[in-house]
Design a protein around this ligand. Sequence first.
Ligand SMILES: C[S@@+](CC[C@H](N)C(=O)[O-])C[C@H]1O[C@@H](n2cnc3c(N)ncnc32)[C@H](O)[C@@H]1O
Length: 286
Amino acid sequence: MSWRPAPAPESDEVAIQENLDSWDAMAHMHAQGSGAEFYRIEQWLAGECKLGPWEVEELGDVNGRSLLHMQCHIGTDTLSWARRGARVTGLDFSENAILEARRFAEILGIDDARFVHATVANAAEALDGEQFDIIYTGRGALCWLPDLEEWAAVCAGLVKSGGVLYLEETTPFVNTLEPKETSEGSFFVPKYDLFNAGPISEIGEGSYANPQWPGERTTHCWEFRYDTLINALINNGFQIEFMHERDELFFDPWPEKFEPSRPNYWRLKEGEVPFPLSFTLRARRV
Ligand SMILES: C[S@@+](CC[C@H](N)C(=O)[O-])C[C@H]1O[C@@H](n2cnc3c(N)ncnc32)[C@H](O)[C@@H]1O
């Protein structure tokens, strides 16, 4: 996968449209093409769970509970919760991703799974005011949103009073770094200013699921800080119950620095000084 800087977008709307084009272009490839190996589609269809073991433990029993998965992509995580008994709804702005999620629900015979095509900003309207016991999101979702206050307000309207929001995301600090080759070895150096409110705009070749994929795409990511996320949740009526950081990540940003730790997760290679790579957070709507 290689990236070069792209011009800044004219507006958030333009950025979101370019992001949508990028996700639409990758969805079929992730579900049934050269990215399916990364997504472990074969193993997952055969029964493997797509969720981290800590996610299952920290969210607790979902049996019989209504769960909304915001930014569900091709539905593999959503349907993993359905296999654990949740009544699931997945929402994503990529039509191709939603088509794949519906296809998987049919293959698995999960008839009551529902997949809705909408942006996060339009989620309340698309779901017609429905409220859920659980909102689940993350694993590369929040960086696509220009305004986490807006996101938290949308989530607050979609979860029942007393219900929970649970997410897993990349530790913000990781997004500031990139490895740099020097004569003395490869070192992480800061490349991105987390205090910059604008997006990081890049033209990329490949996908995290297949770095050799020939597609070229323009993306705009609004990398967030912990304070932005936590204050957005607090300001919109959530009480943070816990956060946990881990030295494992749900994708492999730098293959030369990472190695698999378990299915669907990677960690820094032995010899690297470990630092937090991901976190989970649970918040309750008061
Ligand atoms: C990396 S995926 C996260 C889901 C899951 N972890 C996975 O990999 O299958 C990010 C998803 O966010 C969706 N997305 C990005 N911006 C969005 C927006 N503004 N509204 C709704 N969905 C959005 C994309 O279409 C994509 O499916």
